[in-house]
Design a protein around this ligand. Structure first.
Ligand code: HEM
Length: 499
């Protein structure tokens, strides 16, 4: 009897506490959808029907007249920012108030992801980011570009050898692009030939399958820690032990091989291994070197492969854009002895526009979640009243919703690379196009990612005409359990060789 009374009292107290907490935004004069008990506004995520970024996009569209919307991730109040000027404030102008990402990874539980700049916080993030940045200069990109060209040529050959790619049965674009990006990462970081076009079960492909494949551990762990905030107190690892061990082994062997044979390769691994002796303001251990090289592996292939697969899909679905791009790229090859030098690739305006329009229409990351690291006061435009964002409040930046807002991009559902050409590009309002984030914390690998997708797409478009195979489920729907935009059923394409 006493137990029953205790349970009833406890449930009642919890119920009222949650209800009280759900008044948080109302009390501060911030509008927002009514939260539901326990799940807040992300009930569909709990039912595995939509990932939080999709829900944010719906809320964004519903609250057109507002610059900010107050929502709840279960019990936690989250401020969704709609106004690009305020996004600029958060990511650039008042960055010191919003320095960290809303993620917690224990370095001891997950030595690799726990050391990734994305997970690091405060001063530690600042120091590590500053030391890793020299690995991504345009000089370094020029250095790795020949590997990307070689892998592009291998990919062109590989496509022709796949019966289903050529006979109308379709080949899955993401799978193709992942083979390509894994090869680039193998060469650029470890100095290792990944052989993803030659071997069905190459070591790197296996690593990728064990790491980020749909339904894989990392995808699940990331989803769980984002959705169930209380899980953050658990020592959850995103990089599975098996993947960590394999990556550690690859890095250790590569370093040993260089030391024994006196090899100096001007690459990422060299830069970070030097930090062990040159860095004065941070202690870079062997584990740090391994973790950052391994981090380049994990960051380097997946998002780029997603973007590249979206680009070839958009081109297959938009024949005019495909023909225009082919004309530009083919002319560039013809003017350069059938090669595509780095500077020439970088100077192709339509290619750049196609990449950007794809990133606009299908950004691989739906939304970013930052956290307020120091109280911040601003005036809500529409009410002219001040709002204090309290330290610790998560801030949602709805990338996909901004990119598909007709106020910022006319006919957002139409694929129009011309938006990113010449004077049109200058008309795009700051912070309405943020596929790589914005400000000091924006994507560190943007140059590498864009370079590899541009190289790969150029070689494909010069050699093949592409159409969408009927196995692709249209309109595209996305896996609700993956925080990266992942089309259900895949993107199946048919290829026709151009002679
Ligand atoms: C083309 C595909 C890519 C896209 C769309 C992309 C997108 C993003 C986004 C949206 C962020 C979060 C930015 C923020 O918090 O404001 C990010 C962070 C990051 N990305 Fe990328 N990324 C791509 C490729 C890469 C590559 C190839 C690498 C490494 C080789 C990389 C390394 C990183 C790192 C280290 C961070 C954390 C930066 C920090 O917190 O300081 N990314 N990326």
């Amino acid at each position: 009897m006493i137990t029953a009374i205790f349970v009833v009292v406890l449930v009642t107290v919890v119920y009222y506490l949650v209800k009280l907490n759900h008044q948080y935004w109302k009390k501060r004069g911030v509008v927002g959808p009514k939260p539901k008990f326990l799940v807040g506004n992300i009930g569909k995520t709990f039912l595995l029907k939509a990932q939080p970024g999709e829900i944010y996009a719906d809320i964004y569209r519903e609250y057109k007249q507002h610059s900010v919307v107050g929502i709840f991730q279960s019990f936690t109040p989250v401020l969704l920012i709609r106004d690009p000027d305020l996004i600029k404030e958060v990511t650039i102008k008042s960055f010191s108030h919003f320095r960290d990402n809303d993620i917690s990874v224990d370095k001891n539980a997950d030595p690799i992801f726990g050391r990734n700049p994305f997970s690091l916080k405060g001063e530690e993030w600042k120091i590590v980011r500053a030391h890793l940045t020299p690995g991504f200069t345009s000089g370094k990109m020029k250095w790795v570009y020949p590997y990307m060209e070689t892998n592009s040529q291998k990919m062109v050959k590989f496509i022709q050898e796949q019966p289903n790619a050529m006979n109308g049965k379709g080949y899955e674009a993401k799978e193709l692009c992942t083979r390509f990006t894994l090869n680039n990462v193998g060469d650029s970081v470890f100095g290792v030939e990944a052989r993803c076009f030659e071997e069905e079960n190459s070591e790197f492909r296996q690593l990728a399958k064990d790491f980020l494949s749909p339904g894989g551990w990392a995808v699940l762990a990331l989803f769980v820690t984002i959705v169930f905030r209380f899980a953050r107190i658990l020592p959850i690892r995103l990089v599975p032990k098996k993947v960590e061990e394999k990556l550690t082994d690859i890095v250790t062997q590569a370093l040993r091989h260089r030391e024994r044979n006196n090899i100096v390769r001007n690459d990422f691994l060299h830069i970070i291994s030097q930090l062990k002796t040159t860095c004065k303001d941070y202690e870079f251990t062997d584990l740090d070197v391994t973790a950052h090289a391994a981090g380049f592996f994990t960051d380097g292939y997946e998002t780029s492969a997603i973007v590249m697969s979206f680009i070839v899909f958009q081109l297959a679905a938009n024949v005019e854009a495909q023909a225009k791009l082919r004309q530009e790229v083919t002319a560039a090859f013809h003017g350069n002895d059938n090669k595509l030098p780095y500077d020439v690739l970088q100077s192709l305006p339509y290619l750049d526009a196609v990449v950007n329009e794809t990133l606009r229409s299908l950004p691989p990351i739906y939304a970013l979640q930052k956290v307020c690291t120091e109280d911040f006061t601003f005036t809500i435009k529409e009410t002219n009243k001040p709002l204090v964002i309290e330290k610790g409040t998560p801030i949602a930046l709805p990338i996909y919703a901004l990119h598909s807002d007709p106020e910022h991009f006319e006919e957002p559902e139409v694929f129009k690379p011309e938006r990113f050409l010449g004077a049109n590009r200058d008309k795009i309002k700051k912070c309405t196009f943020i596929p790589f984030g914005e400000g000091p914390r924006a994507c560190l690998g943007q140059r590498f990612g864009v370079l590899q997708v541009k190289a790969g797409v150029s070689y494909i478009i010069k050699n093949y005409e592409m159409t969408v195979n009927k196995k692709t489920q249209l309109p595209l729907k996305f896996d609700p359990t993956n925080i990266l935009m992942t089309p259900i059923g895949g993107l199946w394409l048919d290829f026709k060789k151009i002679d």
